[in-house]
Design a protein around this ligand. Structure first.
Ligand SMILES: *[C@@H]1O[C@H](CO)[C@@H](O)[C@H](O)[C@H]1NC(C)=O
Ligand SMILES: *[C@@H]1O[C@H](CO)[C@@H](O)[C@H](O)[C@H]1NC(C)=O
Ligand SMILES: *[C@@H]1O[C@H](CO)[C@@H](O)[C@H](O)[C@H]1NC(C)=O
Ligand SMILES: *[C@@H]1O[C@H](CO)[C@@H](O)[C@H](O)[C@H]1NC(C)=O
Ligand SMILES: *[C@@H]1O[C@H](CO)[C@@H](O)[C@H](O)[C@H]1NC(C)=O
Length: 245
């Protein structure tokens, strides 16, 4: 019986840490300088934009700029739906540098209120382009509260003001603003890659057989492997239990 309790406590020692790993969520961050990530998180439905702002370091850039200068910024934030509606593979086909340009194309280096769009002269400069060379231009036409945006590839409209203070304006757009400089039509988009050809099932087995075969193969492979050494230790322990009882 002593052996049994030793074995049981050993199992707890092995598996206990994993059971206690779930920690309560971190406390909310204290209020601080303007934070584009926080603003978009609060608004919801901007997960992809947040991810891209982070991975391209544009979020840090925006926050740094807002904290360290009096210059304003304007951010066009496409919804998650907007990214979902892109032709498949659009983001994956971009180099890291092009991803940076794509996200910076959504940022204007000054604060634009809805009213200011009405008198803006096209093309607007974006963070993706240099001030002089006219690269990555964005056109805007506004009447009243309606602000239309054209990139030469995409036409859309500002559908909501997410955030606005004296320094930063964040507008929701329902399409990703694809810049001509990256998505010029002469470079025809590559056809979506066709799926790797599946093994043809024998005709008499019916249409569902090939997919069920695929899934059973993959799960077989999974169960044949020991997940980790902890499992082996536990199995050894169980064997030891058998042996002593
Ligand atoms: C901005 O907010 C995000 C999420 O709320 C947080 O992870 C990040 O540390 C904040 N950045 C700064 C500079 O405070
Ligand atoms: C904001 O700027 C102040 C003064 O330049 C600096 O001390 C502070 O660390 C900055 N905060 C962030 C989050 O960058
Ligand atoms: C914006 O686009 C819509 C649809 O294309 C059009 O009906 C409207 O007149 C445009 N508004 C402006 C201010 O350009
Ligand atoms: C943007 O506006 C400029 C100036 O009006 C014009 O020359 C250019 O063709 C426009 N581009 C697009 C994509 O609408
Ligand atoms: C965008 O709008 C302009 C003028 O309103 C039009 O000429 C152009 O064809 C539109 N482009 C797309 C991609 O819808």
């Amino acid at each position: 019986m002593a052996y049994l309790s030793i074995a049981i406590s050993l199992i707890f020692l092995l598996y206990g840490p994993a059971l206690s790993q779930a920690q309560p969520a971190a406390a909310p961050a204290p209020p601080g300088p303007t934070n584009i990530t926080k603003i978009l998180e609060k608004a919801g439905q901007f997960g992809t934009m947040i991810r891209l702002l982070k991975s391209t370091s544009t979020a840090d850039q925006i926050n740094g700029q807002l904290n360290n200068s009096n210059n304003g910024l304007t951010v066009f934030a496409p919804t998650d739906n907007a990214f979902t509606n892109l032709p498949s593979g659009t983001l994956n086909s971009l180099t890291d540098q092009q991803k940076v340009a794509l996200i910076q194309f959504h940022v204007l280096p000054n604060l634009m209120t809805i009213t200011q769009f009405q008198t803006a002269s096209n093309p607007l400069r974006t963070q993706a382009g240099d001030s002089s060379d006219g690269k990555y231009p964005l056109n805007v036409t506004a009447v009243g509260n309606q602000v239309n945006i054209s990139t030469g590839i995409v036409n859309t409209t500002v559908s909501n003001t997410i955030y606005s203070d004296g320094q930063l304006a964040v507008y929701q757009v329902d399409k990703v603003l694809l810049p001509l400089d990256i998505f010029r039509p002469s470079v025809a988009p590559a056809p979506a890659p066709t799926k790797a050809k599946k093994k043809e099932a024998p005709a008499d087995l019916g249409p569902s057989s090939s997919s069920s075969k695929d899934s059973s193969e993959s799960s077989d492979a999974g169960t044949l492997k020991w997940r980790n050494s902890r499992d082996i230790a536990c199995a050894a322990l169980v064997g030891f239990l058998y042996w002593i009882l």
